[in-house]
Design a protein around this ligand. Structure first.
Ligand SMILES: Cc1cc2nc3c(=O)[nH]c(=O)nc-3n(C[C@H](O)[C@H](O)[C@H](O)COP(=O)(O)OP(=O)(O)OC[C@H]3O[C@@H](n4cnc5c(N)ncnc54)[C@H](O)[C@@H]3O)c2cc1C
Length: 385
């Protein structure tokens, strides 16, 4: 059964992706990374070399330059085959658009190209202990000192806290309150202390944690774009990535839904297949409709963004809708596989844990509603992200 997020039949990109997934045994690697969390350097490198990092990044920056709608469909397929980990990893250059679009030529050579090539990992550090959903409350500062800035503050919740080679760090510059400004900060050096948080519910390979900056020297040329323009730069990125993440969550859920439909059709209990029980069949029927409807909405949002239309509210709603539909379907997959569904013998519990992050990361679901609501009532107070 095709969904709105499937690639057109026979699309050679689909076959190329499937061959890559098989050659690197990505489904098994994703399960292993959950059991023993680590950053998958070898796969990151292989993905860069094979062109699976930066699907939408223009060729002159080292990417494939694909339209957003095609990238969304590829990520849906990658997530369907191998879960969230490698699909999200594929997006790491897109998560670093502020570097790719606003870093100078030297930064592109030193960091941008190597990121898209899978040779250097660049993270993002916006969240702080006192500023998460309300990113406008962030308190890190960068003070000009000759040809450098001196960076002070603590970043928290960050993916790749000890694995990233550099991070895009947001800090306030100038007279208080100061304009929020993005910097590219290499992660080794005096004044930087990094640590990993206790193990996460899901997405464990991201090894989140915190990074402390104490009077860290950041050269002027590591400022990304203009002082005070950090939020203006990151906002369109957030819109694109929310729509792409929505496709990822739906791909994961689709895999579990198909596996569950097959399972309940064969598993016998009380003298007949489980699928003969309406209490089992009807939730799966509802999941099919919900997942298909969400896929249509996400595909429509990606198409609108690909055409250059304004769809910030739709992208926010797409992430919320896809996360909800996917979590419901994944919960049913756990339930209808019984005791094995609740164990790591099957992938459903891990998929649920990974997708559960979607209701918090890249903007909590409630904030997605705030973003969507301001499209309906433009005079409402602006959401932070
Ligand atoms: C897997 C994962 C990866 C992440 N990676 C990164 C990263 O690489 N870099 C980075 O900077 N951050 C990262 N984050 C952090 C993430 O962006 C924040 O956790 C998120 O923005 C919420 O901020 P907070 O944790 O401070 O929660 P808070 O801001 O304290 O919010 C807590 C909860 O309150 C509710 N809430 C908040 N605001 C509102 C509102 N206006 N209306 C109604 N309810 C509201 C929501 O339920 C929210 O989840 C990651 C998080 C996860 C889970």
């Amino acid at each position: 059964m095709a969904t709105a997020l499937d690639l057109p039949p026979g699309d050679p990109l689909g076959a190329e992706l499937d061959a890559f997934v098989a050659a690197h045994d990505l489904p098994a690697r994703a399960a292993a990374l959950d059991r023993a969390p680590a950053f998958p350097r070898a796969e990151f490198r292989a993905m860069g070399e094979a062109g699976w990092l930066g699907l939408t990044v223009p060729p002159e920056r080292g990417g494939r330059g694909l339209p957003l709608a095609t990238a969304g469909r590829l990520l849906y397929r990658l997530a369907y085959r191998a879960g969230t980990a490698f699909a999200k990893l594929a997006l790491q250059p897109e998560f670093c658009s502020v570097l790719l679009e606003h870093g100078d030529a030297t930064l592109q050579t030193e960091w941008g190209r190597p990121l898209v090539g899978g040779r250097r990992l660049v993270g993002n550090q916006l969240t702080e202990p006192g500023a998460g959903a309300d990113a406008q409350a962030l308190g890190a500062t960068a003070r000009r000192d000759g040809d450098d800035y001196l960076l002070d503050g603590t970043k928290s919740e960050a993916a790749f806290a000890t694995d990233a080679d550099a991070a895009i760090v947001y800090a306030r510059v100038g007279e208080p309150p100061g304009g929020i400004t993005a910097f590219l900060v290499p992660q080794e050096g005096p004044g930087i202390a990094r640590r990993i948080s206790p193990v996460d519910l899901g997405e464990r390979w991201q090894r989140r944690g915190s990074v402390e900056y104490r009077a860290v020297r950041v050269p002027l040329r590591h400022r990304l774009g203009e002082e005070g323009a950090g939020f203006a730069y990151v906002r369109p990125e957030l819109t694109r990535e929310r729509a792409l993440l929505a496709a990822i969550y739906l791909g994961v859920a689709r895999a579990s839904w198909e596996e569950t439909v097959a399972h309940v059709g064969g598993r016998r209990a009380f003298g007949r297949p489980l699928s003969d029980q309406e209490a089992v069949a009807f939730p799966l029927v509802e999941d099919a409709a919900r997942l298909d409807a969400a896929a249509l909405y996400v595909a429509q949002t990606l198409d609108r963004l690909a055409r250059g239309e304004e769809a910030e509210g739709e992208a926010a709603s797409a992430k919320w809708l896809a996360t909800e539909a996917a979590l419901t379907a994944l919960d049913h997959a756990i339930q209808f596989h019984g005791g094995r569904g609740y164990s790591s013998e099957l992938p459903h519990e891990r998929r649920w844990r990974d997708v559960r992050s979607g209701a918090i990361a890249h903007g909590p679901s409630e904030v997605m509603h705030v973003v969507a609501a301001r499209r309906l009532w433009p005079r409402r107070p602006r959401a932070p992200t």
